[in-house]
Ligand binder design. Structure first.
Ligand SMILES: [Zn+2]
Length: 108
């Protein structure tokens, strides 16, 4: 690379872990709903407290927790090279123009 200057842009995309919601279902609640289905809605809070305590929870945990991949923001931010960014943008004539410009720069 002749010119060490790089142009970096910020890529913001929805978090793939939580689909951009910023929250994840607590794993114990996943098991709970898999086990009880709609019947879970008819259980008493005391039955729930016992069910969770049998699994090591002193209190019933919140059903949703902040996503650990995006820290609850719902968005992933990455620094990426301008060339790579343009390659990701489908059907961009702009990419062809920039690519040609880079080729000209490297050839000169
Ligand atoms: Zn997330």
């Amino acid at each position: 690379m002749k010119n060490k200057t790089q142009y970096i842009i910020i890529k913001q995309s929805p978090c793939p872990k939580c689909n951009g919601t910023g929250v994840l279902q607590h794993p114990a609640w996943k098991i709970y709903w898999d086990q009880f289905g709609e019947d879970g809605c008819r259980r008493t809070s005391e039955e729930d407290r016992i069910w969770f305590s049998e699994r090591g929870y002193r209190e019933i945990p919140p059903e949703e927790q902040p996503c650990f991949t995006c820290n609850g923001v719902g968005i992933i931010r990455e620094n990426i090279n301008l060339r790579d960014a343009l390659k990701e943008i489908d059907g961009s004539d702009l990419w062809n123009i920039v690519d040609a410009a880079y080729d000209n720069l490297e050839a000169s």
